[in-house]
Design a protein. Structure first.
Length: 421
């Protein structure tokens, strides 16, 4: 089967409405503009910790498990399988990673955690692909089974281990962390000067070269790796064709069941790696409830990214950044974000009016005015809002980006072998 033939059945049309795809220079320009806007807010508000090295490091640590879950969801959904079970697969990753890690070392824990997540993916694939059960029902079942299974195992493994209990594991040895000598110190010095843009850029770079876990490096490399496999290889083209038109793909000789199985098992393995990150890197110990819904947030990041690795990474980074705000500076940082959101809504308002969407523009303008007023009349925000800020930001971004989203055409649709005959 020729690559060009499958290309006709796979989903690679131009952006809806004839919009052109963003090129790398445009993406870099947008990122620079966003950093400049954050820098402006930092200068005005005096919240100098917004782009500090510690803030960026914390945001990266919070974003990685979400990004891995989102990457797992992307693999499954590009093959046409909705994977609500990512949360359960992450739970399996946390448990198996910590169980093997405290006994035989962290890298053994990484391997077993990936295997645990992959087993969860295999279960989801059997239920959805072979038995054609509703994908949402199967995903919820996997989540419930994973939670109950790990709780049961903890009662007679961690509970009897030194330093463990029925709800947590003994401490796991940390994975080696990298600091680039010279560059890290230079970025720290520049960031401490609080110059416009320059110090903010130094904070971002410093966060990427200071105390960076090797597992973080692996996770970051998986993003371009996924893009290359799915969009630059025949294997990836065939896998994506299963998520767009499995009947046409089958008629051209593609073993749709095989590709769906591979995609969902890889999806579980990536989610399991995200769980391993939580129980070995983020906190070198397994704790019950450690995932905290990050599997679902990973799905939200994937949707925000329009089922593309780069966009998904930006979504995970956005959530990680807003989540880390409450850990460093807390109410002060989130208060500064009110100003940032207000400015962004003003830009949205101007764009909507330019597009002659007067109602949407007026609504954005009213919301922007309310946020400006809130920022001007207060010095801090309630603690409840600080805790909810990451979730509110995610919902707002998803709402604003909803019109440009395009999921794979056959995502979540039932399929039987030989259906097209």
């Amino acid at each position: 089967m020729s690559t060009s033939t499958v290309s006709a059945t796979s989903a690679a049309p131009k952006k809806a409405g004839g919009r052109k795809k963003l090129t790398l220079p445009w993406i870099m320009l947008i990122i620079a503009g966003g950093l400049a806007l954050v820098s402006l807010v930092r200068v005005i508000s005096g919240a100098n910790d917004l782009t500090s090295i510690g803030q960026v490091s914390g945001a990266l640590q919070l974003a990685v498990p979400i990004g891995l879950a989102g990457l797992g969801g992307l693999w499954a959904e590009r093959a046409g399988v909705v994977n609500i079970g990512l949360e359960g697969m992450m739970i399996l990753g946390t448990w198996f990673g910590a169980w093997a890690g405290y006994q035989w070392g962290p890298w053994t824990g990484v391997a077993l955690g990936i295997l645990g997540g992959a087993l969860g993916g295999l279960l989801h694939a059997i239920i959805t692909v072979t038995f054609n059960v509703n994908h949402i029902v199967s995903g919820v079942a996997v989540n419930i089974l994973a939670l109950g299974f790990t709780q049961y195992l903890s009662n007679f493994t961690f509970a009897n281990a030194p330093g463990g209990s029925s709800k947590q594991s003994p401490r796991v040895e940390e994975i080696y962390k990298i600091t680039v000598p010279g560059l890290s110190d230079w970025m720290t010095t520049l960031q401490a000067k609080h110059w416009f843009f320059v110090s903010d850029l130094a904070g971002v770079v410093g966060g990427l070269v200071t105390e960076l876990s090797l597992l973080t490096v692996v996770a970051l490399l998986l993003i371009p790796g996924t893009w290359w496999v799915l969009w630059r290889t025949t294997f990836g083209l065939r896998l994506r064709s299963c998520g767009e038109n499995p009947i046409a793909a089958e008629s051209l000789g593609v073993n749709v069941y095989k590709y769906k199985y591979i995609a969902v098992v890889v999806s579980g393995a990536l989610a399991g790696l995200g769980g391993v990150f939580l129980s070995i890197v983020a906190s070198p110990i397994y704790q019950e409830g450690q995932t905290g819904g990050r599997g679902y947030i990973g799905l939200a990041a994937m949707i925000f990214g329009n089922w593309m690795p780069g966009g998904m990474a930006l979504g995970a980074g956005l959530f990680g950044f807003t989540d880390s705000l409450k850990l460093r500076g807390g109410a002060e940082n989130v208060h500064a974000m009110l100003l940032l959101l207000a400015i962004l809504l003003v830009l949205v308002c101007a764009w909507q009016l330019y597009k002659k969407k007067h109602f949407q523009g007026a609504l954005s303008g009213v919301c922007a005015g309310g946020l400006f007023l809130w920022y001007a009349l207060t010095d801090a925000v309630p603690s409840q809002f600080v805790d909810a800020a990451p979730y509110l930001t995610t919902l707002l971004v998803l709402a604003l980006s909803a019109q440009r989203l395009r999921m794979p055409k056959a995502d979540g649709m039932p399929y039987r072998k030989g259906q097209g005959k």
